[in-house]
Design a protein around this ligand. Sequence first.
Ligand SMILES: N[C@@H](CCC(=O)N[C@@H](CS)C(=O)NCC(=O)O)C(=O)O
Length: 206
Amino acid sequence: MIDLYYWGTPNGHKITIALEEMQLEYQIFPINILENDQFQPDFLRISPNNKIPAIVDQNGPRGEPISVFESGAILQYLGRKTGLFYPTDEQERVEVEQWLMWQMGGFGPMLGQNHHFNKFAAEKIPYAIDRYVNETKRLYNVLNKQLIGQKFVAGEYSIADMAILPWALRYEWQGIQLEDYPYVKDYIERLTARPAIQKALSIKVG
Ligand SMILES: N[C@@H](CCC(=O)N[C@@H](CS)C(=O)NCC(=O)O)C(=O)O
């Protein structure tokens, strides 16, 4: 059994998608980040950076519970644990990891800043909006190019796609016209047709 500390955000969705795709048994513990649950001492023991998602795998590698925070590290852990969606061949693994890290370092943090300044900030600051919308467009161009001639970012469907999709689903918040990125549009359609992804995205927590 895997305990998932979760709220329904893109970073949370990555892990429900992986758990559903890998058919792992899990239970959700809601961490309401709008009510500051993420600062509770019990949660900080698992996730010291006070962010969701985090997991506790009751059956860790030493037969004892293990906790993991940071969505990229969780995806890698689950991929190694199951042997699914995370190739063991070194060359294929590097392909997956570079796109996973691309998401973790760019197509997530930058889009999060975009959401903040473009959608949520009470004060509209043109410099900040332009900066993050332009960076978002640059990242969508990179993704669009990578998807020319292939269905997934790194060969076969992998944990990298599970990390990227939830952020791409928020394109409307980001000032993105999907028609400008036709390969990303097809990618979103291809991935959201998967039953495991539909199930993960239908979970109503947050
Ligand atoms: N790099 C982290 C980012 C996680 C993250 O930003 N989580 C947000 C929700 S999407 C959160 O918990 N925010 C609460 C806070 O910052 O206090 C990861 O990928 O796990």
